[in-house]
Design a protein around this ligand. Structure first.
Ligand SMILES: N[C@@H](CCC(=O)N[C@@H](CS)C(=O)NCC(=O)O)C(=O)O
Length: 213
């Protein structure tokens, strides 16, 4: 049985798992989680993820939620891809950045995505300037960390592409609408342009519409 990915494609958290599966050539059946119609709150979805959140992966009875855990699992299917290092320090470095993502980067980017994309598009509400101001303060703090890390490195964990690059670059796919204050971060711009050059990135973007910029 092939893998199933339960996703709402406009979300960057869906984008990253679809892009990694695509990059690795891991065959996945995509099952739409119709979030605007509340599919993530229905009993059948809650049996997959009691948090009522997507993405969720299913692999022959094994159910996995949390997008970055899904990235690790997908990478484990193709250990020679290099997306997940094999040495202890390399793995610890990847763990460090995936945890940093969930603690800092993802929640920061989520403020812009929620205020400028989700609210106007799905709730017909205007962005809250106080939330945007809070997002900008957080963004400059953490984008500064990422910018420093990328200096002298092609990718976040060195010169090799890893799942970290997918995790951290995915929210930026919504830049056209979310408008992260990115102009003073040339290293992030250079690195993100490289991600956009990946065939899997472009293929996955076509599934993300209408959020893709
Ligand atoms: N840390 C989780 C976050 C998942 C998440 O918040 N997904 C959002 C969509 S992008 C969701 O399903 N939200 C529904 C809700 O909170 O009710 C992950 O990375 O998988």
């Amino acid at each position: 049985m092939s893998l199933k990915l339960h996703v709402f494609p406009p979300s960057p958290r869906a984008f990253k798992v679809m892009a990694v599966a695509n990059h690795l050539g891991v065959e996945c059946e995509t099952c739409l989680v119709d979030m605007p119609n509340g599919a993530h709150r229905r009993p059948e979805f809650l049996t997959l993820n009691p948090n009522g959140k997507m993405p969720v992966l299913e692999d022959d009875g094994f159910v996995l939620w949390e997008s970055n855990a899904i990235l690790e699992y997908l990478a484990s299917k193709k250990p020679r891809s290099g997306l997940m290092p094999v040495d202890a320090r390399g793995r610890a470095d990847v763990a460090r950045w995936l945890l940093w993502d969930m603690a800092h980067w993802d929640p920061t980017c989520a403020i812009f995505i929620f205020e400028r994309l989700v609210k106007p598009m799905f709730r017909k509400e205007a962005p809250d300037p106080a939330e945007i101001a809070k997002g900008e303060e957080m963004f400059h703090r953490f984008a500064g960390v990422l910018e420093g890390q990328l200096k002298g490195r092609r990718h976040v964990c060195g010169d090799t592409l890893t799942i970290v690059d997918f995790a951290l670059a995915a929210p930026l796919t919504t830049q056209g609408v979310a408008q992260f204050p990115l102009s003073s971060y040339p290293e992030i711009g250079r690195w993100y342009a490289g991600m956009m050059g990946l065939p899997c990135w472009q293929q996955t973007l076509t599934k993300q519409i209408p959020a893709a910029a």
